[in-house]
Design a protein around this ligand. Structure first.
Ligand code: NAG
Ligand code: NAG
Ligand code: NAG
Ligand code: NAG
Ligand code: NAG
Ligand code: NAG
Ligand code: NAG
Ligand code: NAG
Ligand code: NAG
Ligand code: NAG
Length: 793
């Protein structure tokens, strides 16, 4: 097996030509198959597990043709690069040890500083005097584009204020295919449209604040189990995905971030069709740079580079955190002609162009990144972000059960509070960041040790303080001159307090980078909830979870009167929650995933298990049918469907109208005009609005409230040709209101060409289907209130 591995490793990458690629893969596969007694001698393309990633060479040079801003940035960058020696160019394409998580080499002769890279999507990690923002999945649960933008802007301004040039987020990979995936919470949602809306708004917000955003991880990094090569386990998993699914699900949300000008993209650890993502020419040259016109640079995930010249030719521009296979070797490779001068110049131009694009070359704040053993004056970049964090925290809190108006609470005089998740960890010290030594929320590897405000790993954050649910409840109860009792420890709190108005039970579900979850529930927490409910007739359950948490062990219990999915809300956790519990804010958050009745309902999308094979494979044979598409297709009733969430009021939907906006034939041509050049984000016509739907939403209940009106579409099935298309998929959402009782507002949904297109694998282009598109608007993916249709062609 060692010999086979060696052979495979030698040949595993995209080589110079298709012929070599086929030959090399065949050699490895044939040898491997001989050993595991699979059929040998088959064409590579016939082996579903050993399909190959099509070679796409050469790597296209960025040219700034997207718009005037990029064009000017390219002028500056090209001018500078033309004055560099090969050593200087190579220096910029590699990392050096330094204060930041990543530091590029500098070129003092030309005044080019080291660029500072830092984690991550929910806050500047490992630093003091920075904010702990809600995690991506929480931001998605707001279904509120305005808040998504504000979040990105505030987040970006903290990186900017500390002199970080490149922020490593936002995340749309993993998208969330695997229900137990360890990093799903970092990203925005497993729905590509919702994730795309967030990726676009957050990227724009971050870059408006001056920092370069880095959408990650490109692409198909859908699980943690065997996500990367290690000397002991061997190769990383290969995500084998068909072309249509790759475009319509996994690349889709990245398109929005690119459209909004993202200056960097991080490639992922795992393989795709055998080829490591950071040297996969189809993913980087083909899709990202040619098809989507990416002007910026691709940076490797940390230590994710697996080869030298091959990765450069496949489209990798920058290796982190050190020299990897590059450094002096790359200089030599350019000298001896193995790597072209054009390519190395393009790599450097792509790295410097975003720096100019965001005008970082003038007046950028100096880097202020420290370890907690360095004495320094505080560099406080938090401004008034706490207010926004509290607002997003509340807006992403999802009410899923509320019997007889249990909530909002009505100035209770006596609350009992139970569960480990209600309060803070005994010591934040156990969570010291492995890298910087600074306090880092949830970098510890335990679940039940305090309230959960974000997940673990590089997507975690470093709160300046944490307002726990218990702290905020105490503030409220004492203001009303009430009393509390609590037990944060036991799963079977002893005596009932018969005079209590309500029992609040706090549980959580942790997840982290580097491992997948082993369950969507846990017995300790379920036991705790059931024990309290057995004697408390008004039991309110609050779940902080890094993704899906199943609740069927207790959700129908008659004494459980209310339940909230409170997500990963960041530092103001308790304040966000109490504003919902007490009704200061009427909940409008919606589930950004499906909560099943039973874990087995997710089928093969539950777990990340793969063969023990030295070259583990996962073929995404479900295609587009992940999360609610899977439940819809197989007619499985979920406990709480995607898009679901309750309000303290009620809404009526009426008068749906939907029609194409096309006045010219051209706009509704099946394919975008091939004569118009691609810009960053894809063909510009993909973003044309081709249809508009409208309906009215009326607040029919007793109190003010906002509603998330959601639009779902089913594409024409062209004579049953297409069993792969989802039953319906989200293609619009609008936060309506807040509306006063009786008040009505029109919700307007603008549908772009991309929103209504499918990826045509033969034409290699997005394509509108001629026929009837059915359209529904409603309060969730299964609560469709009004329907209509749009006819194309
Ligand atoms: C993976 O292989 C499938 C099937 O041949 C193909 O449709 C898809 O484009 C390939 N994707 C990548 C990234 O190589
Ligand atoms: C490369 O970058 C390093 C680290 O910033 C710096 O010390 C060195 O002088 C640079 N080398 C060149 C050739 O500019
Ligand atoms: C610029 O690059 C894009 C993306 O690779 C390409 O489509 C376009 O043709 C290039 N434009 C010019 C003028 O070279
Ligand atoms: C260069 O190549 C050698 C041999 O493959 C390798 O050991 C080294 O780590 C590479 N990197 C640098 C920066 O020299
Ligand atoms: C060129 O240099 C690279 C990097 O050191 C090396 O891997 C390669 O074998 C060299 N090629 C030739 C033809 O010398
Ligand atoms: C809700 O209220 C109604 C009317 O007061 C009552 O009949 C019903 O039992 C209550 N349901 C629960 C679950 O408490
Ligand atoms: C809390 O964390 C410690 C280790 O940090 C662990 O030993 C303990 O079991 C955890 N508590 C619970 C209830 O899991
Ligand atoms: C609900 O709570 C009451 C106490 O108020 C208790 O008597 C009853 O057994 C509980 N119901 C269930 C199903 O546990
Ligand atoms: C789930 O995957 C893990 C590896 O991540 C494996 O150990 C476990 O056996 C799998 N469980 C099931 C039920 O497939
Ligand atoms: C729906 O449209 C009809 C006709 O224009 C109008 O009379 C009615 O008020 C509308 N209803 C709502 C709820 O908007």
């Amino acid at each position: 097996m060692d010999l086979l591995k060696t052979v495979y490793h030698k040949f595993r990458e995209p080589w110079g030509s298709r012929e070599q690629a086929v030959l090399s893969t065949k050699t490895a596969v044939t040898l491997f198959c001989a050993a595991c007694s699979l059929q040998t001698g088959s064409e590579v393309s016939e082996l579903p597990y050993y399909g190959l990633s099509p070679p796409v060479y050469p790597s296209p040079a960025g040219n700034g043709s997207t718009n005037a801003g990029w064009a000017s940035a390219y002028d500056h960058a090209q001018n500078l690069v033309s004055r560099m020696t090969v050593e200087e160019k190579v220096n910029i394409t590699r990392g050096w040890p330094g204060a930041c998580a990543g530091n590029t080499g500098e070129v003092p002769r030309l005044g080019i500083p080291s660029l500072c890279f830092a984690d991550g999507p929910s806050g500047l990690r490992g630093q003091e005097f920075v904010s702990a923002f809600p995690a991506g999945i929480h931001v998605a649960a707001t279904f509120d584009r305005h808040l998504m933008y504000q979040h990105g802007r505030a987040l970006g301004s903290e990186f900017h204020g500390r002199g970080v040039n490149v922020a490593l987020g936002p995340a749309a990979g993993p998208l969330g295919r695997v229900a137990r995936g360890g990093r799903n919470w970092e990203g925005l949602s497993n729905d590509p449209y919702l994730a795309g809306a967030g990726m676009g708004a957050i990227t724009r917000g971050m870059q408006d604040a001056g920092v370069i955003a880095t959408p990650k991880h490109w692409l198909l990094n859908e699980q943690e189990f065997r996500r990367r090569w290690t000397p002991t386990t061997g190769d990383a998993i290969s995500a084998n995905v068909d072309d249509r699914t790759l475009h319509e699900l996994y690349a889709f949300p990245f398109m929005d971030a690119l459209r909004e000008g993202a200056g960097a993209v991080m490639c992922s650890y795992q393989r795709a069709n055998h080829s490591y993502a950071c040297q996969n020419s189809k993913l980087m040259n083909g899709i990202l740079k040619i098809e989507l016109g990416f002007e910026g640079f691709v940076v490797s995930d940390w230590d994710g580079q697996m080869s030298g010249v091959a990765s450069a030719n496949a489209g990798l521009d920058l290796v982190m955190p050190n020299a990897g296979f590059w450094g002096d070797n790359l200089t030599q490779a350019v000298r001896n002609g193995t790597l072209s001068e054009e390519r190395i110049s393009d790599m450097v131009t792509r790295i410097l162009a975003p720096w100019f694009y965001l005008r970082q070359e003038t007046d950028y704040p100096p880097p202020a990144i420290y370890t907690n053993t360095q004495k320094h004056l505080p560099v406080d970049v938090r401004a008034d972000h706490a207010k926004l964090i509290e607002e997003v925290g509340a807006a992403g809190t999802v009410l899923v059960k509320n019997v007889n108006n249990t909530l909002p609470l009505k100035k209770p005089k006596f609350l009992c509070v139970y569960g480990y998740d209600a309060t803070l960890k005994a010591s934040p010290w156990q969570n010291r960041d492995r890298y910087s030594g600074a306090y880092d929320e949830n970098f510890g590897w335990n679940t039940f040790n305090g309230t959960l405000i974000t997940g673990g790993g590089s997507g975690s954050n470093s709160p300046p303080y944490v307002v726990s649910p218990f702290q905020a409840l105490q503030e409220r109860v004492t203001k009303d001159k009430g009393i509390l009792r609590w037990d944060f420890h036991s799963d079977n709190p002893a005596e009932p307090y018969v005079n209590a108005d309500a029992c609040l039970v706090f549980i959580n579900a942790y997840a982290s980078e580097s491992f997948d979850r082993t369950s969507l529930t846990d017995e300790f927490s379920d036991r705790l909830v059931l024990n309290v409910a057995s004697w408390c007739a008004n039991t309110i359950v609050v779940i902080h979870s890094a993704g899906i948490r199943t609740v069927d062990a207790w959700i129908t219990h008659p004494n459980i009167t209310a339940t909230l999915f409170a997500g990963l809300p960041g530092q103001e956790s308790g304040h966000s929650l109490t504003s919902i519990l007490y009704g200061d804010i009427n909940p409008s958050g919606r589930l950004p995933y499906t909560v099943a009745r039973s874990e087995s309902d997710y089928g093969r999308l539950l777990n990340s298990s793969v063969s023990a094979d030295p070259f583990p494979q996962d073929s995404f044979t479900e295609g587009l049918l992940i999360d609610y598409r899977h439940f819809d297709k197989h007619q499985i009733t979920p406990r709480f469907e995607f898009g679901f969430g309750l309000s303290y009021t009620s809404f009526a939907y009426a008068n749906l109208s939907a029609s194409t906006t096309a006045t010219t034939k051209n706009l509704l041509a099946e394919f975008p005009d091939p004569n118009i050049p691609v810009v960053q984000g894809g063909h510009p016509a993909l973003w044309d609005i081709v249809a508009v739907a409208r309906c009215t939403v009326t607040n029919t209940g007793p109190v003010d409230g906002a509603e998330i009106a959601q639009l779902y579409v089913s594409v024409p099935r062209a004579g049953g040709e297409d069993s792969e298309s989802p039953v319906r998929q989200l293609r619009g959402f609008v936060k309506v209101g807040p509306l006063a009782p009786g008040q009505r507002e029109e919700a307007v949904f603008e549908l772009t060409r991309r929103d209504l297109s499918v990826w045509d694998v033969v034409a290699q282009q997005w394509r509108l289907r001629r026929g009837v598109y059915r359209v529904w608007v409603g309060a969730s993916s299964r609560d469709l209130r009004v329907g209509g249709s749009v006819v194309v062609g």
